[in-house]
Design a protein around this ligand. Sequence first.
Ligand SMILES: [Zn+2]
Ligand SMILES: [Zn+2]
Length: 887
Amino acid sequence: MAEQGSSIDYDFQAHERPLFEAWKEAGYFQRTPGTPEQKDHPYTIVIPPPNITGVLHMGHALNDTIQDACIRRARMQGRPTRWVLGTDHAGIATQTKVDKKLADQGISRLDIGREAFVEACYEWYREYGATIVNQISGMGCSCDYANEHFTLEPAYVRAVRQLFTDWYHNDLVYRGKRIVNWCPHCTTAIADDEAEYVDEAGHLWHLRYPLTEPVDGLEYLVVATTRPETMLGDTGVAVNPKDERFAHLVGKTVRLPLVDREIPIFADWHVDTEFGTGCVKVTPSHDPNDWAMGEAAGLPRINIFDETAHVVEGFGRFSGMDRDEAREAVVAAFDELGLLEKVEEHAHSVMTCYRCHTKLEPWESEQWFVRVDGLKADAARVVEDGSIRFHPARWKQVYLDWLGNLKDWCISRQLWWGHRIPMYYCDSCGWEDASVEDVEVCPACGGSVRQDNDVLDTWFSSQMWPYATMGWAEEGNDAPEIRACYPTQVLSTARDIMGLWVARMVMSSMYCTGQIPFEHVIIHPTVMGADGKPMSKSRGNGVDPLVLMENYGADGMRFGLLLQVTGAQDLRFDENKLVSSRNFANKIRNAARFVSMNLEGYTPGEPVAATPADRWIFSRVAGLVKAVDEAFDAFEFGEVTRLLYGFFWNEFCDWYIEFSKARLSGSPEDRLACQRNLMFVLDQSLRLLHPIMPFVTEEIYQELPFERDSQLLIGAAWPKAEALAKYADAQAERAIQMVCDVVSAIRSTRSRYGISPKEPLAVVVKAGADDAELLQAQRALIEGMANTASLSIAPDADKPAQASVALVPGLEVYVQLTGLVDFDAERARLRKEQAKLAKDAEKFRKKLSNPGFLAKAAQEIVEKDTAKLAELEEALAKVEAQLAELG
Ligand SMILES: [Zn+2]
Ligand SMILES: [Zn+2]
């Protein structure tokens, strides 16, 4: 069959776009009505809203394919279906981009003020917000484009204000001073899980702290620290209560150099006796552990930095220095005073801002927090009791562990772009309250009020996504969309936002709606580069889904990505799988073309399984539908693609179409029966393939005269396993499986010995009694497809002399080679090859058993060599088997 559309010049977009428009036009992207029997079970997915700063990356490509496959299958099953689409305002990400855009024009956000800046952010949203949605549509995703949501749309803003106000009135949010991860560049707090850890070759400074009064001749203690500048804020020195070296010092004081502050020496179990000297300086305002020790010991807190990490007033010459200058100056001062004991090299990891990569400063500031203890019990229960299920199942424990370790959530951000915290304050009388509506005047004194300056963490609004997009703000649980289709069915997402997003959605949904937000959580694998490392620009191992779609079509990319999904956590991107998928799409086109070119005289009608080959393929279709359903229901998308690929290519194209050729040139009745069966199997296959390869399947569905239950394949019925069960026929499957195996064995013998397909061969098959009988009945098929001179099938057949042997399950196939092969020359050739393969294999075996090599070589090299060795060993075994065959 001729190849079609295999080259990169094939214009996929030109073929795909009109089909997409046809689906859209026909209304399939909004909630579909569903069939009468399925009407009560709407199927809804909310898309993880991409950031308005985003462009389609490989993670989206995989995740959106998974969601579209689920939605399309449910739609074909007759369920009312809707895939809710929208974007996230992405507070800090967008603010950073807009800041940069303004900076390029020489404008600072501080110059233009809050209102103008927020307007500039909306401008960004209008300009770029649609980019990623267009890209999603290019993939063929059947989302509800007509009802796109945005996390800052008016109804959403109202929903967020309602939740904040409710939590405030129920004491689930509170304001407090805490140590937060502070970015001195972005001047905002950053959530723990938004921080990135970076390894740093730092130092450990050993500083002498003089005792206020010498103890037993001891004049000073030595503390070790990676951040000497924070000593300006020290309010204590701690030792472990078990540590006998220092027991007699507990209760004494040191006089802190440079600031001349008398601070206590106290005992705390948190102190690690192994770290540094065993004495630690305690800076409650600049370290979360020290904060906790300070609370327990009742130490005062001294904040030494302002919001840009410059030393505040009151520290003499250090005041006004940034943290790096302060570090140098403090160390120099200790050195001058003879109090610098020593400096060691010390590698450690530091937290950095995920937006700007500035080192974060643990900083004490006033922030808003969510009291999570009141929320997490419900969120844990609904996962423990199986109301929400994770796929793969191991993520259940990850989720529960995350919840178990959850601390109060800092939700305020010192940004301008986002949901402004709806807290109002009256400075005249001290009144304050949260409010859903704007407050203009103080209800207590009639004075003027001001709103809190901070905005909420982006995840505060994202956690409401499943129900805030369904009218919850206006009508709560009575909103029609919520009544009809809440909880949603599936949430598909990446593992890195399991805690940030998934768990928080469950917490807030349980609180706001009393219901779980979704029944199934799919944690899809992370798409890594071909080298197994995270895709990144600097590594140059990234791939762009937009380029992939140009080269392989949306279908090729979708199918090829799912083909790579296993239960593993990571997916090492393999472009060859996309090549296979593009070839597969061509195979489907070519099979359809073969059918369409043989439709002369065709009239529609029931398929009838007249021949064993018919019974076999119908039985295989029945089995396929069942297996595909099971794989879909278990969210095993890789398995779905492998089943479909194997069936369509290896069974339908390689065998059934071949078997059909003789019948198509037979009697008119036989020809018609064969046409109907071909159309039936093709039709069922297109339906099963449609959720993953929507374009090529729709294109063919439009071209061929199928008996259609829907004008468009997108709305056609999903094959029903129960209805097809009548076709199950184990005997026909066994018979034709044997035919295929025997024909394949004969063909591979031909290619192994270079025997022309035109040369008729004498073939003997040894089989068990039942198999022999089944196979006898199909001898015509074997003779036709394998070009045999003679074919004998018997349970007690002997291997003829000078014959090849092929073992296939339950059978032995002998092909007579006398007169066809020069045995001596063949043996000589094989021995030479055997020697070469053995030598090569030995080389790799030696290398791979050398501990020196294994210790030094990169993981990829070792893997490559191991694969190479396996390949050589396999080839060697084949050659040896062939030698044995020749005797
Ligand atoms: Zn930053
Ligand atoms: Zn007032």
